[in-house]
Design a protein around this ligand. Structure first.
Ligand code: 5GP
Ligand code: ZN
Length: 113
């Protein structure tokens, strides 16, 4: 499958990987929008959040758990951070593999879009 995040998960494209476990991989965003900008993806390919089956919903909970852990290791747990999942065209999703953004390290705009 021609999916950039599947290729990162498979180690076929290099990335600055911060976390990996049986379910998810987390790596620094190539075009960071904040001093800390991490992308958290499931190893399994789901095109969008909308396509995640109900029985796999726990996966998003695990992604949030990993985001919280990374917020601690990146030193933004106290100052605050944002987790975002863009879904579909009007949701601003560009890469067609479900992913969560972890953003922090500066005052983020209160305007969500
Ligand atoms: P989206 O807009 O789909 O929610 O976010 C996709 C994110 O993936 C963007 O922030 C973009 O900078 C990041 N990204 C796209 N291609 C690559 C890549 O090859 N490596 C890394 N590390 N990040 C990428
Ligand atoms: Zn994929």
């Amino acid at each position: 499958m021609d999916c950039i995040f599947c290729k990162i998960a498979a180690g076929e494209i290099p990335a600055d990987i911060l976390h990996t476990d049986e379910e998810v991989i987390a790596f620094r965003d190539i075009n960071p929008q904040a001093p800390v900008h991490v992308v958290i993806i499931p190893g399994e390919h789901f095109t969008t959040l909308a396509e995640l089956p109900e029985e796999k919903s726990v996966l998003v909970g695990h992604m949030v758990h990993v985001a919280n852990k990374l917020a601690v290791s990146e030193g933004i747990s106290e100052s605050g951070y944002r987790v975002v999942i863009n879904c579909g065209k009007q949701g601003g999703q560009v890469v067609q593999h479900l992913h969560m953004h972890l953003l922090g390290g500066r005052q983020l705009d209160g305007n969500l879009g």
